[in-house]
Design a binder for this molecule. Structure first.
Ligand SMILES: NC(=O)c1ccc[n+]([C@@H]2O[C@H](COP(=O)([O-])OP(=O)(O)OC[C@H]3O[C@@H](n4cnc5c(N)ncnc54)[C@H](OP(=O)(O)O)[C@@H]3O)[C@@H](O)[C@H]2O)c1
Length: 278
């Protein structure tokens, strides 16, 4: 609960179905408290009529909302402005209501890069190998490409990797079977497959060809240290876990709705880790 909420308070929330699993209310609630902002951020369970929900929120004076499953693609239809990030990634996770109307963007790529930045990893000019071709991969590939990295993507089904590259010219595709071999030629390895996630099989990859300066990042965050990250750490490589992306992706929305670019601190990280059973 925020310490301060008046009739002039700024309002935002997260629209999804189900929405109970969303950590966004925790993140934004923490920042509202920390910065003493007159505002609130609420979970908005919307099983149907997404358009009606958005219309209602605008009429009620909300500043915008996060969008989660199953509405990330449907959001395109009702946006007056779609930012490049969302168009290139093919999904919208943040809506801002302003004088332009409904503005849709995707902040996952920002979150991923900010997580690397926090760990002191610069990506411009670096060679990145991205494993996977789902929604997470599109966000990571877009962000790396825009930040000036040379990106290669590989996926079990090559067709899906080619679809990622079609949307992001300049990205190379290699066969899934070549993933271990390709590590010798890269500075940054990013897992965006669901392999290694609790309950799924681990990613089968040989890191021994990596150079001493290799950085390994996994966007899977349950468990926090995936088998890939453990293997990388034991091999002496720098690692970046998936929680960094999860936390930082919330910053642009908070800034747009509440007027402060919030910082990701240890307390927030601990709060979120506690929800992951850590
Ligand atoms: N840290 C964050 O903020 C953040 C953000 C987004 C996602 N994530 C995490 O990233 C993971 C992927 O999410 P997503 O939304 O991108 O999922 P998705 O769209 O369902 O994509 C899943 C990916 O995993 C691959 N895959 C699944 N099983 C495989 C197997 N047995 N062998 C090889 N490849 C396999 C798929 O390959 P095929 O195409 O061949 O099926 C596909 O590339 C999830 O754990 C999610 O929680 C984290």
């Amino acid at each position: 609960m925020t310490t301060k909420l008046t009739g002039a308070g700024r309002l935002a929330g997260v629209i999804g179905w189900p929405v109970t699993h969303s950590r966004s209310p925790l993140l934004h609630g923490y920042w509202l408290e920390r910065y003493g902002i007159d505002g609130a951020y609420v979970p908005l369970a919307a099983e149907r009529d997404f358009e009606g929900v958005v219309r209602g929120l605008r009429a009620a004076g909300f500043r915008g909302a996060n969008v989660t499953k199953p509405w990330k693609e449907a959001a395109f239809a009702l946006c007056d402005v779609v930012e490049t990030s969302a168009r290139r990634i093919g999904a919208i996770n943040t809506l801002v209501f302003d004088e332009r109307g409904v503005v849709g963007s995707n902040t996952d790529g920002f979150g991923f890069l900010a997580g690397l930045g926090e760990a002191g990893i610069a990506v411009s000019g670096q060679r990145a190998l991205v494993l996977g071709a789902g929604g997470g991969s599109r966000a990571v590939c877009h962000a790396l490409d825009e930040a000036g990295a040379h990106v290669t993507v590989t996926n079990r089904s090559r067709r899906r990797a080619e679809q990622v590259a079609e949307n992001l010219p300049g990205i190379a595709v290699i066969d899934w079977e070549r993933r271990s071999q390709a590590i010798g030629n890269c500075d940054l390895l990013v897992n965006t497959t669901s392999l290694g996630m609790a309950g799924s099989e681990p990613l089968d990859i040989d890191l021994s060809r990596g150079r001493a300066t290799l950085c390994v990042s996994d966007i899977v965050y349950v468990p926090l240290e995936t088998p890939l990250l453990r293997q990388a750490r034991q091999s002496g490589y720098k690692t970046v876990d998936g929680v960094a992306m999860l936390l930082h992706q919330a910053r642009p929305g908070f800034k747009a709705w509440f007027g402060v670019d919030p910082s990701v601190d240890d307390t927030l990280r601990s709060l979120v880790l506690a929800t992951l059973g850590r």
